[in-house]
Ligand binder design. Structure first.
Ligand code: SF4
Length: 269
């Protein structure tokens, strides 16, 4: 496999530096994604990772005191800290990381239901004038939003179907990380990567969003559709509050776009 941009997922911090060396010359290393069940304080961070864009998915932060000695290094590295939304402290941790100047993001799955907290964090991320680092997925939405197009913020997590394919160590290929983990496999073998985008299964998946309109579900009349794309429509139990949140996020994206077009970005951050 040559000429592809790769995002490599690992659970081994010791592998990160060598991953950058091994992919050189044949494929561009877009990023390394480190999955950890530890809080950020307990994950070894090395200055030799400076040449790698690194995403760390971790169990939040245990304490600001524990992070303090490593703050200069954390700010220097091309680093994003992602925290799963099911952790009770996720929103507070992201607020702290952003205010400390560390890029970060919330990992929201299809069963998410903490819309008010998400809305509060979004308002901080987009409207707060005090200096702070970007928070995903809000940063992706406001910087990529186009009023006449759909904006899939899963791209901020390297998980947007059509932009990324997911391959495991058995060379099984899937559209998303969730599909890969649940066994919804599109094809097998690295050779299939060259032709998979022409396959009927891949093409069908690109238009899966249309079923929301054919079914006349609540998504079909939702003002937030262009940035949500129905991601929470199948939540069990059904979620409420998603439409209001995404409507507010669209307002935030419009606010950001107007400031950018007027050259007044200092009013956003
Ligand atoms: S915000 Fe809720 S109702 Fe609107 S498109 Fe998304 S899942 Fe559907």
């Amino acid at each position: 496999m040559r000429g592809q941009a790769l995002v490599i997922r690992t659970r081994d911090p010791a592998a990160i530096a060598s991953l950058a060396v091994r992919t050189n010359g044949t494929n561009a290393l877009h990023a390394v994604w480190l999955d950890s069940d530890q809080p950020l304080d307990d994950i070894p961070i090395e200055s030799r990772w400076a040449g790698v864009t690194l995403v760390i998915r971790c169990a939040g932060i245990a304490s600001v005191k524990g992070l303090s000695p490593r703050m200069p290094l954390l700010r220097r590295l091309p680093l994003r800290i992602f925290i799963p939304a099911h952790l009770p402290s996720a929103f507070v941790d992201l607020h702290i990381l952003s205010s400390l100047g560390i890029s970060c993001g919330l990992i929201v799955d299809a069963s998410f239901d903490r819309w008010q907290e998400l809305n509060d964090l979004m308002h901080y991320a987009v409207y707060c004038k005090a200096p702070h680092a970007p928070i995903e997925p809000f940063n992706y939405v406001v910087t990529h939003y186009h009023p006449e197009k759909m904006t899939d913020f899963d791209a901020a997590y390297f998980n947007a179907p059509g932009q990324y394919l997911h391959v495991n160590n058995r060379e099984e290929i899937a559209l998303t990380q969730e599909d890969l983990q649940s066994g919804r496999i599109l094809a097998k073998g690295l050779g299939a990567l060259e032709t998979i985008t022409a396959s009927p299964a891949f093409r069908k998946s690109q238009y899966a969003w249309r079923k929301r309109f054919l079914e006349m579900s609540s998504c079909a009349s939702c003002p937030g559709w262009r940035v949500c794309l129905g991601k929470y429509a199948d939540a069990v139990p059904p979620t409420t509050g998603c439409s209001e949140f995404f409507s507010d996020l669209l307002d935030a994206a419009d606010f950001y776009r107007r400031k950018r077009d007027d050259g007044r970005m200092d009013e956003c951050r």
